[in-house]
Ligand binder design. Structure first.
Ligand code: URA
Length: 410
């Protein structure tokens, strides 16, 4: 077999066999296929798509490139979640403790920031002392002890996705539905959960820019789940506006804790309740209405907050020592009117420029910077009111954040 023939075949819109996919992808893992050859194949896939059978084969090849976590020694139903990535998306930090506080087991392996979207692991690293790495034995022990874990993926979990993802990130092939589906589902299946909730973000701050592609991805994720006898539910959620009021690592951790303390009621709260209710409904095999009642009780009784604190402490973190920059710049409204838009993509560009994400692989993240949105969509503002507060370290600069706002004089 020859890699050029495999690339040609996909470029000519033909279907690849399992053997051809194995040859190309395992060859890439073993360094027999070069970066430029794999990026060419990925681009052909991005342009011409894949059949379901090709995607199923790719998921299987991905999974078999590493180890599958065996959770059978832990009693109880295991429920997992995944988000395709958004701006201000700290739902994992909220939802996992809620679901675990209701007696389900949540083994959550998360990633770092990618492109303009933040990653849960980076957010957790803003808590001094917090350990994001865990061995297989430590994962099982923590699940046994407290029913949840949020850690970074173990080295042995789907190593093929790790290298293919890095290449996609720099070759214009991130936004391919079959490649996203294979990447997400291989990791979820290898992480060993019985039931999986996927939050598909849709909008200018997300990989899926429109509803049609989001629905296409949803249907494919569910078909892959069925192929592995796993129950998969998907939500499609808005990512035109940042989730919640904080964007930036430590700020987002603080917002998650405040939500669990009952102090936040906004788009983030609504989405967290939806995600958690679906996970509980699947995990306990109960209606979404009953599940929602349990979720609200877990928040209102502070059971979920206790679980969050227990989890942070278990992984060595100290919330009291977490730092948000003392340097603040308040950005004022240039006119009076009603806020009708806060562009998620633009806010994330500002947050990254402040240092909360990486522009280059070797950059250091500044956990203490970010943006706090003082005013929300739908709010009436007067000229001179504070729209948002920028927490900075490097230099006092608003990085043009006013461009993110649409204010209509109604
Ligand atoms: N999240 C993933 O894990 N993989 C993708 O390809 C996109 C989002």
């Amino acid at each position: 077999m020859n890699i050029i023939d495999v690339i040609d075949k996909k470029r000519n819109k033909e279907t690849l066999t399992r053997e051809e996919l194995e040859f190309a992808f395992n060859g890439y893992l073993n360094k027999e296929v070069q970066d430029y050859q794999m990026s060419s194949l990925l681009m052909a896939i991005t342009i011409n798509g894949m059949t379901d059978q090709e995607v199923f084969d790719l998921v299987d090849i991905y999974i078999k490139s590493g180890e599958v976590l065996d959770l059978s020694s832990i009693p109880g139903v295991k429920v997992d979640k995944h988000s395709t990535g958004g701006v201000g998306d700290k739902t994992t930090l909220v939802v996992v403790p809620i679901v675990a506080s209701l007696g389900l087991i949540v083994p959550k392996m998360s990633g770092r920031g990618l492109g303009l979207t933040g990653g849960t692991i980076d957010k957790l690293e803003s808590i001094p002392g917090f350990r994001v790495e865990a061995t297989k034995e430590q994962i099982l022990k923590e699940l046994n002890d407290i029913g949840m874990i949020i850690c970074s993926q173990t080295e042995s979990l789907v190593p093929l996705d790790k290298i293919v993802y890095s290449l996609r990130d720099v070759s214009g092939t991130v936004e391919s539905i079959p490649l996203i589906a294979a990447s997400v589902m291989s990791k979820k299946i290898a992480s060993g959960a019985d039931k999986i909730l996927i939050d598909i973000k849709c909008g200018n701050g997300a990989l899926m820019k429109d509803e049609k592609s989001a629905r296409e991805l949803r249907d494919l994720l569910i078909r892959i789940g069925n192929n592995y006898n796993k129950e998969v539910r998907c939500l499609i959620s808005d990512m035109n506006t940042p989730l919640g009021v904080c964007v930036g690592n430590a700020l987002e951790v603080a917002e998650a804790a405040e939500l669990l303390d009952g102090k936040v009621k906004n788009n983030l709260y609504d989405l967290c309740v939806d995600i958690a209710s679906n996970m509980v409904s699947m995990g306990k095999d109960i209606s979404i209405i009953d599940a929602r009642e349990q979720v609200l009780d877990a928040i209102n009784s502070k059971k979920a907050l206790e679980k969050f604190n227990q989890f942070v402490e278990y992984q060595g973190g100290s919330l009291e020592d977490m730092r948000i920059s003392d340097n603040k710049l308040e950005v004022k409204s240039p006119k009076s009117g009603v806020i009708t838009g806060i562009n998620a993509l633009k806010v994330s560009v500002v947050s990254n420029a402040l240092g909360s994400g990486k522009a280059y692989i070797d950059d250091n993240i500044d956990y203490s910077v970010g943006v706090f949105l003082n005013k929300q969509i739908g709010e009436r503002v007067k000229e001179g009111d504070t729209l948002c507060t920028i927490y900075y370290n490097k230099e006092e600069n608003d990085y043009g954040i006013l461009d993110a706002y649409t204010i209509e004089e109604k």
